[in-house]
Ligand binder design. Structure first.
Ligand code: NAD
Length: 538
């Protein structure tokens, strides 16, 4: 692995006092930071520091919201939503397209902030911008397809006209994680706004500045400022208040927290979508292009230092190509450039925090203590950044090891040999998760056939995760304990609407006519039903 020292960064740790923080040392101007943090709904007078994994010194001190502030954010959003819902679909779609252009125009600023807050490689931060641009364009261009009222067959042809309207839910609460701070802050909110809703957003405390810059771009794109409220604070307290007020909750995060959100929503009889964790399998079949699969595996496993819900943590490789694949994968991994900096040359960046570093280290140490072999990596690299951990490939992992079935959410993969495809499918389906899978084969049709047997919400053939993630018309989400509901595609926007059926009856009532008895009416109806079936009507 080649080494990379930070291109810039702090020389001293900054104090936790907002009056004396040293944001300027990071290239973050104090006025710029306070312009962003002003957007938080907060009356508490309390702040929390946002640190950078590139140097640990606070980047900013973000005002904290109380449950009463969350209630106020919902009240404001509710007022704004009423007039927003009355705007035309075209007007809302146009704002989304302006946001699309702003995201691309302001990408350097966005990427810089994402890297400061998360420590990820610049290329990974760019993918967040690209994902949002794809999302904005997809929903803006398909808005009518999803949201227009549609005519459906009425009870009686000609006599009954029936249509289905899409009514916005009202105010959507969005609770998002830190791992893709820009993408997760906005991608679920765009379709919510387009469908005529307002949003109260609670980003993760570690990546508030990126989420606040995203909110600022919404304002600049012409969305009414009150329509998108941002609150800040600890998950259980502020996230809990979101669940208490929202008309619908969109949550992305761990399965453990997702379960609590679902329980809170069930108590209030409101809907929710849950995008949760995974222990994603990649299958390399005997006819795979080994070099291509090995190159794909580095992206599948080490993108965003493995802090990616759809990244691969279990690699199953056919006997026939196992040795060749392992050689190629290990040598490609060893050629990766590591670092904690803003440079484009970094292949894999830092973990975000001490907590992440501890989990990753514990999983590797536990596996090694119980007999796993480290094929490459396995070490913390404080010389490159406080939370940098080497990309790590483990062989000989068994069910008694922590990393066998528990999500590591770091740059660690276990590699296993398989002898038959049935066995590979069974092992891929093992465990409680079902988020994403990847299959490598020269026979794409066979790959697609195997995909149908894998219990995951997305399956990529000859790609890691980008093919499904970037195909915005395709729903994305988890089966089993990896989630409920879907983002992207029709499901990603219809979740924010209530369907309302309106049927208008013409000329004749749905009741006996002309003094007809109920018995005669039943006979006439039966004849009509038989006739309609013969005519092939729905
Ligand atoms: P987390 O569940 O701890 O936190 C996620 C969000 O929930 C944060 O904003 C947090 O403040 C908030 N939160 C925490 N406790 C809460 C509570 N009791 N009530 C309401 N809100 C609460 O998750 P994390 O560990 O920070 O994020 C990593 C996890 O997210 C991983 O498991 C990863 O797989 C998952 N993830 C899934 C997807 C997906 O699309 N499926 C995407 C990104 C991350």
């Amino acid at each position: 692995m080649s080494e990379q020292t930070p291109a810039s960064g702090p020389t001293t740790d900054g104090p936790a006092d907002p009056e004396h923080d040293s944001t300027a040392a990071y290239g973050l101007d104090r006025a710029y930071v306070s312009g962003l943090t002003r957007r938080v709904v907060s009356t508490t007078g309390e702040t929390a520091a946002v640190a950078s994994p590139i140097g640990r010194t606070p980047l900013a001190h973000v005002p904290q919201s109380s449950p009463a502030d969350v209630a106020e954010a919902f009240a404001r959003a509710r007022r704004a939503q009423k007039s927003w819902a009355a705007t035309s679909i075209d007007e809302r779609a146009a704002a989304l397209l302006r946001l699309h252009d702003l995201l691309l125009d302001r990408q350097d600023e966005l990427i810089d902030l994402v890297v400061w807050e998360s420590g990820k490689a610049r290329k990974d931060a760019y993918l967040e911008v690209a994902h949002l641009a794809l999302t904005a364009r997809y929903y803006a261009r398909t808005a009518h397809e999803h949201l227009d009222s549609v005519r459906v067959g009425g009870m009686f042809p000609v006599l009954t006209r029936a249509e289905v309207n899409r009514i916005p839910k009202g105010v959507v609460g969005i609770i998002s994680p830190w791992n893709y701070p820009l993408s997760m802050a906005l991608c679920d909110g765009m379709p919510a706004l387009l469908a005529g809703n307002a949003v109260v957003s609670k980003p993760d405390a570690q990546t508030m500045l990126t989420a606040l810059l995203a909110a600022q771009l919404l304002d600049e794109a012409g969305f009414p400022p009150e329509l998108w409220q941002v609150v800040a604070g600890p998950g259980p307290e502020v996230g809990g208040a979101i669940v208490a007020h929202a008309d619908y909750v969109c949550f992305t995060g761990s399965t453990a927290t997702g379960r609590k959100i679902a329980q809170g929503c069930a108590d209030r009889l409101i809907g929710c979508s849950l995008e949760l964790g995974g222990k994603n399998p990649m299958l390399v079949l005997r006819d795979a292009d080994v070099q291509r699969a090995a190159e794909g595996a580095t992206r599948a496993v080490f993108s965003n230092a493995g802090q990616l819900c759809v990244s691969m943590e279990r690699l199953f490789v056919a006997d026939q190509v196992y040795d060749r694949f392992v050689d190629a994968f290990v040598s490609r991994t060893q050629a990766m450039t590591l670092g904690a900096s803003h440079e484009w040359s970094v292949d894999m960046g830092s973990l975000i925090s001490q907590a992440q570093l501890e989990t990753v280290t514990a999983h590797v140490e536990d596996a090694v203590a119980k007999g796993a072999h480290v094929l490459t990596g396995g070490r913390h690299r404080p010389d490159l950044g406080p939370y940098v951990f080497e990309p790590t490939i483990l062989e000989g992992v068994s069910a008694d090891m922590e990393c066998f079935g528990t999500e590591t959410f770091g740059p660690v993969v276990s590699i296993y040999r398989f002898h038959s495809e049935d066995e590979a499918v069974d092992r891929a389906n093992d465990g409680q998760y079902g988020l994403n899978a990847s299959i490598w084969t020269r026979d794409a049709a066979r790959g697609r056939a195997i995909a149908r047997r894998i219990a995951c919400g997305t399956v990529n053939v000859n790609e890691a995760y980008g093919a499904t993630f970037g195909s915005l018309g395709a729903p994305m989400g988890g089966m089993r304990e990896s989630g409920m509901g879907r983002r992207q595609g029709a499901e990603g926007i219809l979740r924010y609407t209530e369907s309302q059926s309106v049927a208008t009856q013409r000329l004749m009532p749905i009741a006996p006519m002309f003094g007809m008895s109920e018995e005669t009416n039943a006979k006439v109806m039966t004849t009509a039903l038989r006739l309609l079936n013969r005519l092939g009507r729905a």
